[in-house]
Design a binder for this molecule. Structure first.
Ligand SMILES: Nc1ncnc2c1ncn2[C@@H]1O[C@H](COP(=O)(O)OP(=O)(O)OP(=O)(O)O)[C@@H](O)[C@H]1O
Length: 403
């Protein structure tokens, strides 16, 4: 998973997620003719976020809930960190696995603090340690403990409830987190914020996360790997978001990826990963003629006027620089910039809204470091496609281990 923007497992501080394996796991509900999940085999690597996506009724929730035995498998084997979950006491197992669901699933008659502290209490933490943990968890998910600890779930917004749900799932520091459409019930903006927060948390925590959604974009954003499921949880493709976007295994997956796969790929690449272009520059105190000279006679060439701290001030052509007595008034103001951490999608947005089709890249102190133009973006998309062009060439099937 080297090239996506999610932190590498090895870099993660705790890194204490554990591997989950499903071996030929099936579930047939009583009285049903067909199995809801049929012989699923997959490995979820320690410390990674694996997203299960698929149409409604494909068996995502059933598959996930068998991991903590909220649903008992009909057959097959599931191990967590090498331990067979069917050999464990289900209550104990559930306390050792964080679980977060749509609409948070908070207990309405318990305060926020009691909800978050519930599992630590159940597993025998002292009162003092639990109280401290509740504070720490609320802080972690961006809720001021003093303000929210004593509230009841109904006194919170939907987004705040989801945050408490995540805090509760993390409270006993479980190595594994199961998240079933945890952000499904909130508006798109809050959803984006919560997704960003989860990514930030996971960068520090390194849990093994199994995340269910039917939003493919959410899967691309959050997943180190995505398992695209068909009927009865058949694994249609199990790979990195880049690989699935660049080369869907079949038409069903392609349909699920939806339109705009190339654009979605741009959300996975960061500006710092591509080679930046350079334009001629001049300090704002230099003579306009100096920049004119650097720009030369090439038609359409543009340069940047920088302030004393090398921050971009103005875009200008040689002709525009020649028309003024000071570079402070040459050309037009630089409106927007992107940073090395910006996605290529952000850069494309900046390119498309810029009069000359160039995005300026600035460093942490706002200093000029380079530019991105449309050719660079197109080359990157082309490279990504070529990189994954042979992905399925020698595969007998799309499923199996993520190796
Ligand atoms: N308790 C149950 N009894 C009988 N059938 C069930 C039960 N729970 C789920 N099913 C069936 O099993 C299949 C898989 O359901 P599941 O909820 O796992 O799918 P899903 O992919 O999570 O769907 P969604 O995205 O709509 O939540 C469906 O056909 C569903 O009707």
């Amino acid at each position: 998973m080297a090239e996506n923007n999610k932190p590498d497992t090895a870099d993660r501080a705790g890194g204490h997620g554990v591997e989950i394996r499903l071996e030929e796991v099936s579930k047939r509900y009583p009285g049903q003719k067909l199995a809801a999940v049929e012989s699923v085999t997959m490995t979820i690597p320690a410390g990674e976020t694996v997203v299960l996506v698929g149409p409604s009724g494909s068996g995502k929730t059933t598959t996930m809930r068998m991991i903590n035995r909220l649903i008992e498998p009909t057959s097959g084997r599931i191990t967590i960190g090498g331990q067979d979950v069917l050999g464990l006491d289900p209550d104990k197992l559930r306390r050792e696995i964080g679980y977060s669901i749509q609409q948070a699933g908070l207990f309405p008659h318990m305060t926020v603090g009691e909800n978050v502290g519930m599992v630590p209490g159940l597993v025998g933490w002292t009162k003092q340690r639990t109280v401290e943990r509740v504070e720490e968890m609320l802080d972690l998910v961006g809720l001021d403990p003093a303000e929210y600890r004593g509230r009841y779930p109904r006194q919170l917004s939907g987004g705040q409830q989801q945050r408490v749900g995540v805090a509760r799932a993390l409270a006993a520091d479980p190595p594994v987190l199961l998240m079933d459409e945890p952000f499904g019930a909130v508006d798109p903006i809050t959803r984006g914020v919560l997704q960003d927060e989860l990514m930030r948390l996971q960068a520090d925590l390194g849990k093994t996360i199994v995340f269910v959604t039917h939003d493919f974009d959410e899967a691309v954003k959050l997943g180190d790997r995505i398992a695209v499921l068909g009927q009865r949880s058949e694994i249609l493709q199990y790979d990195t978001p880049e690989a699935i976007l660049a080369n869907p295994a079949d038409d069903t997956v392609a349909g699920f990826v939806g339109a705009g796969a190339a654009l979605k790929q741009l959300t996975l690449r960061r500006v710092r990963e591509i080679e930046l272009g350079q334009v001629p520059t001049a300090g704002v105190d230099e003579q306009p003629s100096a920049l004119q000279e650097r720009l030369g006679t090439r038609r359409g060439a543009i340069g940047l006027v920088l302030d004393g701290r090398k921050r971009p001030l103005r875009w200008t052509t040689a002709r525009e620089a020649g028309a003024v007595s000071s570079l402070a008034r040459a050309g037009r103001a630089v409106e927007d910039s992107v940073s090395p951490a910006s996605t290529l999608q952000d850069a494309l947005e900046a390119i498309l809204t810029d009069d000359d089709g160039v995005a300026v890249v600035t460093g942490s102190r706002g200093e000029y470091i380079g530019v991105v133009d449309i050719d660079t973006v197109m080359t990157t998309i082309k490279d990504l496609r070529e990189e994954h062009a042979d992905d399925h060439a020698d595969e007998p099937s799309a499923a199996g281990d993520p190796s």
